[in-house]
Every structure is written in structure tokens, then in C-alpha cells.
Design a protein around this ligand. Structure first.
Ligand code: NAG
Ligand code: NAG
Ligand code: NAG
Length: 686
């Protein structure tokens, strides 16, 4: 039954020693119909026969790189030959559809981002009847489905997704989840990423975009028709309790001959998606992946290769030397000490002046019941947010845990946090205070019971959406909050990250801006590349992408995108079926210039709008997100336009004669930057 072939090749060992490369131990043993079809890639160095497309490639280091960190791309990689999933057909033949056999898959992956914890879209293990997934869209569609194929049983696609963005249109539970997908991106079942500890049974959370390697196991049992998916950090053995399961007879889904592979995609937030090792077995267990042979992920230079070995090494030497015992004891001591230190609150002299805003870690632990998962409100771009009740005042708060790797910029940041704590405006989420640990900042905000605006804009199920009056009120509120930040406070505060997910709704459904200043923590002193990565693509003004310099007018640009989004219910950048990027600004502009305003209004409003308000908001949105910054109004003017205190200037079509999307069509962001470099020398605008 077993066809596991362990390749022991002295020559390979020698080559790898000589050249310092690990030759891939790829074994594909052909099935004979009765036994299993299986293969294993313990690393990808020298592997040439994978079927790759899009951005997928095998790196010289032996990693399978699915996406390369550019926005709006997708990549696919397939084992070259199809596997037979059904029982061998009986000699009598017959029309009856045979059952899909048990199968098992295992792979090691890593998602690397420029700033830890900030990244987008995801990877899926896919089983499909074809290797041609060219009709799959990037971004939310994870590169393997599109708007019309999503949910269609004729796809015959089974997938396990590792998704790092919450797409309310697919009822995603959060932006860090593992889901089982049957012909649809609306997962049959999904769970927040993590695993159940075998010893304690405790759930341990994992962050998919942590840049650390993790292993996934997918098992289908044909008797129970059950799919179990497990996840664990590399080094932890396969957990006993599955993370997520679903019961489904896959005989109706997977075709007899099907290809297995990966699909990954990026939207506006970029990431590099890697597979380090992979094995698969039909009718048998997936062969073990040799962890020692796996290459390291980029950006993990500090970690020695040994750390990929299981942590539970059994020391079975007959004579354990005293030295070893001492070394182990010292190691354990250091480990415990290090772990302990992570949770030690840091207070330094320079912080004394911000004393009033300092909260104790003990209080925050108590407030959130030790950051209990049941209090998890969500996972945002910068970290996890928990609901809590402060023991001292019994006020309800939201506690955001932001990890920071270096001390660089922390002092200025804390100074900024402290000054932000003095900002008071009815359209800003009030910051209560902060607490600082070695690798983490805890920011404490007012709790907003109605959650963030994006949930209302994009949920496609029966959840009530917002009516026009509510949307207009939110728009006016956010405009006045931004005006306060830009002009009415003692210092100019630039928000840097205006988008619906950063707009929270209070008890009366007023919009309040949250998360100000946070983008700065990641943008400070970093290369342009990082700035592009940390900002959110569709909301980023061209000159910000070009120079990395934020200004009130770059906020106005993002506010423009926000206006269009709230009115149309569409995202600022979407992809059409040919994979071209569609910019919301272009689409709105086209329709507005043809006087077809109604065509761009969110269909969920059923036409119940105030036409003159909606048309004002759309035109203002276009003006604000004009590519040339000197054409954009200031927030003071924006507020005057919205209140009807000043008429909107007539926009001549000349102002929009060049469109951003023409620059971006089928080009990377780099070439956009280059073209902008040239264009800024032309005289356009007023
Ligand atoms: C699953 O479906 C196949 C094909 O319809 C059928 O032959 C098989 O018996 C089913 N498996 C179970 C466990 O019901
Ligand atoms: C989803 O997966 C969890 C974890 O395995 C399981 O307890 C739960 O029953 C599953 N839900 C459904 C609807 O299958
Ligand atoms: C969506 O994908 C399906 C299946 O791959 C394909 O047949 C169809 O043409 C695609 N639809 C569009 C609109 O591209």
C-alpha cells in the first residue's frame, strides 16, 4: 500500500554540501489505482516541473514564491500531473459516480510583509479540474474565482484559504482566518487563525502575516465525509484537535482527475506569499515534509535553521552529561526570562511628562479578562482590538495591541499619542491612554458599540445597510473631524489612513475617525517602498507615493476616495474580468460627465437618495481625489461645500484629461511612480 520513497542519494548530499544548496527532495510516485497517489516537496530548490503562472516562481533559495509584494497581482503553482481522486472504476464500469477517496495534504507557508502585521489578501490550497485559473481575480477572489463563478457548483473547486483581509461580501469572520471553501469564497466553515494546544486544550492565536513559517494539514475522510484543517507554527507537531472542520461529501465537488496547487493574490495591501514545503497523498497519508531541508523565509535571518526542527526533541542519549543539563537549564531560564520580560511594562524617565495618559498593564489585563478571545472585537491593520471595562472607572473601552519591533520612533510616537490624548472632537474616537511593553504598545480608546463603517457598506447578506441620510451625516461628521485635525487644533495633525474601516460609528450612528497617527509609526524613517506598502493603495495620493511625504492634501485625497466609496458602495480599486484595475474615480467621473449620476449610487439604497446631495458628494469626491494636489480643496472648503455655504466650482473636463488608471493600466506601481515623475513637470491644473 505504501509508496513512500525516501530519496537517499549520497551524490545529492555531496552536492548540497559542496554548493551549499539543498536539493529538493521531490518525490512523485505514480499511483497504480489501488494504492495512493502522493508526492512531497521538502523545499523547492531545483524543482523545475511545477506549472507556474502569474507572479509565481521558484526562487534560487528554494522557496515557492506565489506573490511578489506588488499590489493587485495573483500567482498560481500546480503539481504538474493530475491526481486520481476516485476509487478505481470497477471493471463492469457503469454510470454511477464513484466516490472521492480520503486524501491528505500538508504544507508549510509564510507571509512576509514590510511592516509586521500589515499585509493583505492570502493563499489558498486548491484542488481543481484545470490548471488554468486565468479567469480568477486578484484581491478578494484570492486568484481562483471571479464574480460570476463564485458560488457556482460547476467550478468543482475545493480550497482551503488563509485569508488576511476581511471581505464582508463573503461573510469573512475577520482578517486573519482559515476557511474551507467549496466552489465559493463564502467559506463553509472558518476560524480565526490559531491552534489548540495538545496538553492544555487552550486556543493559541496565530497571526498569518507575522512573517513566520507555519504548517497546515488538510485531511478528508471519505467514510465520515469530513474535512479537517489544522494549523500550527513550524516546530509544533500536528495538533490533535482540528482548527476548523466541515462535513461534506466531496464526491460531488472534486473530479476524478484533478490538479492540486496553490493560488495567492494581493489587493491594495501588499505581502509576499511563500510556500516552503508541500506534500499530498490520495488514498494515503501525505508524506512527511523534511523540515530540516526547508529554506528560510526572507527577513528571518536571525533565526537559525535549527529552529525549524520540532521543539520537542527527545534527548535519548544513555549518558547525559552534566554540561548538557546545565546548558539546558540555563537555556530554559533564559527563555522564561525572555518571555517574562516581554510582558514587563516599560517606563522611562522621558515618559513622566505623559503620566496622565499612562495606564497600567495590570488594569488592562483585568479590563480585557487577560485579553480573552471572547473580548476580541476585531483584527485591524495594526493589531488586535479587545473590548474591556476599566476596573477604575467601569468605562467601556477598546484596547488595541500594536506590536512594534524596534524602539526607533517610539519616543516621538508616545509623545504624539499623549498629545493626541488631548484632542477632543465629537467626530474623533477619543484616546484614553496607553501602556508600553517591550514589543507592544497598548492603546486605549472609547468603545464604539456600532463598529466600523465598512461592515455596513459591504455586507451583502440581509444586514441592514445605511440609508442616505445616515451616510450624508457620517460624511459631514468625518469632514468636520478632519477639519479639526488639520486646522482647528493647536498643531496640524495629519490622519494618514482615512478609509471606511477606520471610521467607527457611535450610539447615534455618527461617524468618528479612529487610528490617527498610527500609520506614522510604520511610515517614519522608512524607505519609499515601505511607505507604499504601509499605505492603502486606493487611498494614497500620487505625490505621497512619489515622495513619501504626507500633508493635509494627501488626507483630502483619501477623503475623496472615501466620499465616492460611501456613495457608491464600491471599493476605490476593483478589478474587471480581464484583470484590469478599475479605479472608482474614473468610473464615477465617466458617469458624472455623462450626467448619469444614478448609475453610480449604491444599488442597496434602492434609489432612496437626495439627488442634489448625492451629486454634490460625488463631484466633491472627484475634486478631492484629483491627481494634482493643487486642484484639491482644503478641508475648510470641503465643509463649506457640504454645508451648502459655498457652491462647488464648475469642473471643466479638462481638469481630468489624464486619468490615473491610464497610467496604471497593466503596469506595476513602480512605473506609475516613474510616469508621475514625468507628469509633474507638465503644467496641468489651475
Ligand atoms: C459520497 O457520494 C458518493 C457519490 O455520490 C457515494 O458513492 C458515496 O457513498 C458517498 N459517501 C458517503 C459516505 O455517503
Ligand atoms: C466548524 O469547525 C469547528 C471546529 O472544528 C467545529 O466545531 C464546528 O462544528 C464547525 N461548524 C460547522 C458548521 O461545520
Ligand atoms: C469566471 O470564471 C469562469 C470559470 O473559470 C469562466 O468560465 C468565466 O468566463 C469567468 N467569468 C468572467 C466574467 O470572466
Amino acid at each position: 500500500m505504501q509508496h513512500m520513497v525516501k530519496p537517499v542519494c549520497i551524490l545529492c548530499l555531496q552536492c548540497s554540501l559542496l554548493y551549499g544548496v539543498h536539493l529538493a527532495a521531490a518525490v512523485a510516485s505514480a499511483g497504480d489505482g489501488n494504492g495512493g497517489d502522493q508526492f512531497a516537496y521538502s523545499g523547492f530548490a531545483g524543482v523545475k516541473d511545477l506549472t507556474l503562472d502569474g507572479t509565481a516562481m521558484v526562487t534560487p533559495d528554494g522557496l515557492l514564491e506565489l506573490t511578489n509584494g506588488k499590489p493587485q497581482v495573483k500567482g498560481h503553482a500546480f503539481h504538474p500531473t493530475p491526481l486520481r481522486f476516485e476509487e478505481s472504476s470497477s471493471p463492469e464500469g457503469g454510470e454511477k459516480k464513484a466516490a472521492v477517496r480520503s486524501f491528505s495534504a500538508s504544507f508549510v507557508f509564510g507571509i512576509v510583509t514590510a511592516s509586521p502585521g500589515v499585509g493583505g489578501h492570502g493563499i489558498a490550497l486548491v484542488i481543481t479540474p484545470t490548471k488554468d485559473l486565468s479567469s480568477g481575480l486578484a484581491s478578494t477572489y484570492l486568484g481562483f474565482l471571479n464574480r460570476s463563478s463564485n458560488g457556482d457548483n460547476r467550478n468543482h473547486i475545493f480550497a482551503v484559504e488563509l485569508d488576511t483581509i476581511q471581505s464582508p461580501e463573503f461573510s469573512d469572520i475577520d482578517d486573519n482566518h482559515v476557511g474551507i471553501d467549496i466552489n465559493s469564497l463564502v467559506s463553509s466553515n472558518a476560524s480565526d487563525a490559531g491552534y489548540y494546544d495538545d496538553n492544555t486544550g487552550e486556543f493559541k492565536s496565530l497571526t498569518l502575516v507575522s512573517g513566520k513559517a507555519m504548517q497546515v494539514w488538510v485531511d478528508y475522510d471519505d467514510d465520515a465525509t469530513q474535512i479537517d484543517v489544522r494549523l500550527a507554527p513550524v516546530g509544533i507537531k500536528k495538533p490533535m484537535k482540528p482548527l476548523v472542520s466541515t462535513r461534506f461529501n466531496l464526491s460531488t465537488v472534486i473530479t476524478d482527475e484533478a490538479y492540486v496547487g496553490f493560488s495567492a493574490s494581493i489587493g491594495t495591501m501588499t505581502s509576499q506569499h511563500y510556500v516552503l514545503g508541500w506534500s499530498f497523498g490520495v488514498g494515503t497519508q501525505a508524506p512527511a515534509i523534511d523540515m530540516d531541508k526547508l529554506s528560510r523565509l526572507p527577513g528571518t535571518g536571525r533565526r537559525s535553521k535549527k529552529s525549524y526542527r520540532p521543539k520537542t526533541i527527545v534527548i535519548a542519549l544513555p549518558i547525559v552529561s552534566v554540561v548538557l543539563v546545565i546548558a539546558v537549564a540555563a537555556g530554559v531560564f533564559l527563555l522564561i526570562k525572555r518571555k517574562f520580560q516581554r510582558y514587563v511594562e516599560l517606563r522611562e524617565d522621558w515618559e513622566l511628562e505623559f503620566g496622565a495618559h499612562r495606564l497600567s498593564y495590570k488594569d488592562l489585563l483585568q479590563a480585557t479578562e487577560r485579553f480573552n478571545n471572547k473580548n476580541l472585537l476585531g483584527i485591524g491593520g495594526f493589531g488586535r482590538v479587545y473590548k474591556g471595562v476599566l476596573p477604575t472607572s467601569s468605562s467601556e473601552v477598546a484596547v488595541k495591541r500594536v506590536s512594534h519591533d524596534s524602539r526607533q520612533g517610539i519616543k516621538e510616537f508616545v509623545a504624539e499619542v499623549a498629545s493626541i490624548g488631548r484632542l477632543r472632537h465629537r467626530n474623533l474616537v477619543q484616546l484614553f491612554g496607553y501602556c508600553r511593553l517591550k514589543e507592544e504598545l497598548l492603546l486605549v480608546y472609547d468603545y464604539m458599540p456600532n463598529g466600523s463603517l465598512d461592515k455596513y457598506l459591504y455586507s451583502h447578506d440581509d444586514k441592514p445597510t445605511l440609508n442616505w441620510a445616515q451616510r450624508f451625516q457620517i460624511i459631514k461628521g468625518i469632514a468636520s473631524g478632519l477639519l479639526y485635525l488639520h486646522e482647528e487644533w493647536e498643531q496640524i495633525v495629519i490622519h494618514r489612513d482615512i478609509k471606511p474601516s477606520n471610521v467607527l460609528l457611535d450610539n447615534d450612528m455618527n461617524g468618528r475617525l479612529g487610528d490617527f497617527g498610527l500609520a506614522r509609526l510604520y511610515n517614519r524613517d522608512t524607505e519609499l517602498q515601505t511607505t507604499v506598502v504601509a499605505g492603502t493603495f486606493g487611498y494614497m495620493a500620487p505625490e505621497l507615493a512619489l515622495t513619501g511625504k504626507a500633508s493635509p492634501l494627501t488626507d483630502v485625497f483619501a477623503f475623496g476616495a472615501f466620499l465616492l466609496e460611501v456613495t457608491s458602495g464600491r471599493r476605490p480599486v476593483e478589478q474587471d474580468i480581464e484583470g484590469h484595475r478599475l479605479l472608482l474615480t474614473d468610473w464615477v467621473f465617466e458617469n458624472c460627465s455623462k450626467e448619469q449620476i444614478l448609475a453610480v449610487i449604491d444599488p442597496r439604497l434602492n434609489g432612496n437618495i437626495n439627488i442634489s446631495e448625492a451629486s454634490l458628494v460625488l463631484k466633491l469626491g472627484l475634486l478631492c481625489s484629483h491627481p494634482m494636489s493643487n486642484v484639491r480643496p482644503t478641508m475648510r472648503q470641503v465643509v463649506q461645500y457640504l454645508n451648502g455655504d459655498m457652491p462647488l466650482p464648475e469642473m471643466s473636463p479638462m481638469r481630468f484629461t489624464f486619468s490615473l488608471s491610464a497610467l496604471m493600466q497593466n503596469q506595476g506601481f513602480d512605473s506609475l511612480l516613474k510616469s508621475l515623475g514625468t507628469i509633474s513637470t507638465l503644467s496641468i491644473g489651475r
